[in-house]
Design a protein around this ligand. Structure first.
Ligand code: CDP
Ligand code: MG
Length: 138
């Protein structure tokens, strides 16, 4: 069993896709171990997206991610890190496969509905940014 951190980004929240996205993960068999709605501050964005600081798109990414509520979740399941990224689809919805969350719900390559951890190291790091032990039900 593996755990991964998922964020529902402000574009999807604004368009009322939150329920559809959560339902998709549940119907794929993942267990929700933790969930909260919050505002991503600039400080939180800098922690979560540390490897992107200084890149050409960072200011835009920071502005977007702090523009409205996000939902943070810890999902658990078999091969959760890889499986959730496959269900989310490629970063740009135009390149994302039919049936993926980004293909269905994302606005663009930057406003792309969801985030999911890309490695066990990042999953552990990102889960710890958003949740403390008492908020995770295992
Ligand atoms: O989210 P994912 O792991 O698929 O992509 P990433 O390359 O790690 O980039 C993180 C996030 O930064 C993306 O999901 C986009 O929201 C944003 N981004 C962007 O706005 N413009 C880019 N050229 C690349 C990424
Ligand atoms: Mg990434």
């Amino acid at each position: 069993m593996e755990r991964t951190l998922v964020l529902i980004k402000p574009d999807a929240f604004r368009k009322h896709y939150t329920g559809d996205i959560i339902k998709r993960y549940e119907s794929e068999g993942f267990h929700i171990l933790a969930m909260k709605m919050l505002k991503m501050t600039k400080e939180l964005a800098a922690k979560h997206y540390a490897e992107h600081i200084g890149r050409s798109y960072y200011e835009d990414l920071e502005g977007f991610m702090t523009s409205g509520p996000i939902i943070a979740m810890v999902l658990e399941g078999e091969d959760a890190i890889g499986a959730v990224r496959r269900i989310n689809g490629k970063t740009n919805p135009k390149e994302a496969a039919e049936g993926t969350i980004r293909r269905q719900f994302a606005e663009s390559g930057s406003r792309n509905a969801v985030h999911a951890s890309d490695s066990p190291e990042n999953a552990a790091r990102e889960i710890a940014i958003f949740f403390n032990a008492t908020e995770i039900f295992d």
